[in-house]
Design a protein around this ligand. Structure first.
Ligand code: ZN
Length: 205
């Protein structure tokens, strides 16, 4: 069962009050954890909830820091806080590329003022770039499954496009992982294995 709790956020930029929901409980039927740490859940859950978008001034902020003190019954008439799926480019064809650049831009403009926030953004850049390869099945299998030549052409051109994007982001991918390794604080054996995976993906086996 999924239950929500209504909360109020205060936009740190324009100080407007916004309504939002906090997830109280959630049933996960199954989840897949990839070597880069990304976890896909079923049913799907937004893993980028830490950053909220103000619908009034259109600026983003760290959601947790904007939660207002409880003040009785929340005002349901307030405008709703958005998330990264409400960004202007979210519905565009190149939304994936724009989101990676968006995260990178947040890092460059000092949006992340703590190590944890920097790690949060760097992990998302890593995962988003890996997404171009993550869901790829062996190409020959995909092509054999295609029932029509039209379908096969789409599979072929989609594959070429993902590989092209992955190659385009290669310099950012490497720079990002290098910086992530330098700030990541390992505490457990699993963390050291995780760092080993970062090195492996940088090409330093
Ligand atoms: Zn605002």
């Amino acid at each position: 069962m999924t239950t929500f709790h209504q909360i109020t956020l205060i936009c740190p930029h324009c100080k407007n009050r916004l309504s939002d929901f906090e997830l109280m409980s959630y049933t996960v039927y199954n989840s897949t954890r990839y070597p880069d740490g990304k976890v896909d859940m079923n049913p799907w859950q937004n893993s980028d909830k830490s950053i909220a978008l103000c619908p009034v001034c259109n600026k983003v902020f760290w959601r947790k820091e904007a939660i207002a003190e409880s003040e009785g019954i929340p005002d349901e008439t307030l405008p709703s806080a958005g998330d990264l799926f409400d960004l202007p480019f979210a519905m565009q064809n190149d939304s994936k590329e724009q989101l990676i650049n968006f995260y990178h831009n947040l890092l460059q403009t000092g949006f992340a003022n703590t190590i944890d926030k920097k790690i949060y953004l760097r992990l998302r850049i890593w995962w988003k770039i890996n997404d171009y390869k993550r869901y790829q099945k062996p190409l020959f299998k995909e092509l054999l499954k295609a029932k029509t030549i039209k379908r096969a052409k789409i599979i072929w051109s989609n594959r070429k496009e993902s590989n092209r994007q992955f190659a385009n982001f290669k310099p950012l991918f490497e720079e990002n992982l290098k910086k992530l390794v330098s700030i990541y604080q390992p505490e457990s054996k699993d963390d050291y294995e995780y760092i080993a995976e970062m090195y492996r993906q940088m090409g330093n086996y």
